[in-house]
Design a protein. Structure first.
Length: 215
């Protein structure tokens, strides 16, 4: 069986798996963004906490995905919960690092001018610093999203949703007529999802960044 025949027969089922894959990625990236940006905002001014947060979130990326998913099974069981938790942990470092980098790269003269105009710390943060740091922050979110799209396929080992199910099913029956088209179609689906999400972030960056900051 060739790839086109397989896609024509399994297209509807593959679309369902692709939707599941995209959904768990979007959910995980959203949670990672909230946690990562918050950690970056809380620690970018202080050396000790900043280094500690970067070190801890960096450790998550060094843990093999099979091991992390396995460690979460006794705590969360099988299915989406351990998949989402693991993916959130994997997505934290790029977001935290870019949030800190973006906020620390804001020109101190701009911050001092805002302070001289009577702006309080939180008003400066939300009106001046975060908007200026936003292009760098969203770049970190884009990187995290691409990482999560790939690792989400491995979530199938804990019965997580998505296209990873087809990859593991195909590997379990290597040598059968459908094994190769099954794994190739799943990989192509993951690649397409990654490209679409990356393009979506490029559009979002353009829509949410002022012309002055883009220039």
């Amino acid at each position: 069986m060739n790839l086109l025949d397989y896609l024509s027969r399994q297209g509807e089922r593959l679309l369902g798996l692709a939707f599941e894959h995209a959904l768990i990625v979007i959910l995980s990236v959203s949670i990672s963004t909230v946690i990562g940006v918050a950690l970056g905002v809380l620690t970018y001014r202080t050396n000790g906490p900043r280094r500690m947060v970067l070190a801890v979130t960096g450790i998550f990326l060094t843990i093999p995905s099979f091991a992390l998913f396995g460690l979460l099974i006794p705590l969360l069981g099988l299915g989406a919960p351990p998949a989402v938790v693991a993916l959130v942990l994997y997505g934290l470092l790029p977001i935290v690092r870019n949030t800190i980098t973006g906020l620390r790269s804001v020109d101190s003269a701009v911050v001092e001018s805002a302070q001289g105009m009577g702006m309080g710390r939180y008003r400066r943060l939300f009106r001046i610093e975060l908007p200026l740091a936003w292009p760098i922050i969203i770049t970190g979110i884009r990187v995290a999203a691409v990482i999560i799209v790939g690792i989400a396929a491995i979530a199938a080992v804990v019965n997580g949703p998505g296209l990873g199910k087809d990859i593991f099913r195909a590997l379990a029956r290597v040598g059968t007529p459908t094994a190769v088209p099954q794994v190739v179609s799943a990989i192509l689906g993951i690649v397409i999802i990654a490209i679409l999400i990356d393009l979506a972030f490029l559009v979002l960056l353009r829509l949410t960044t002022s012309k002055g900051v883009r220039a």
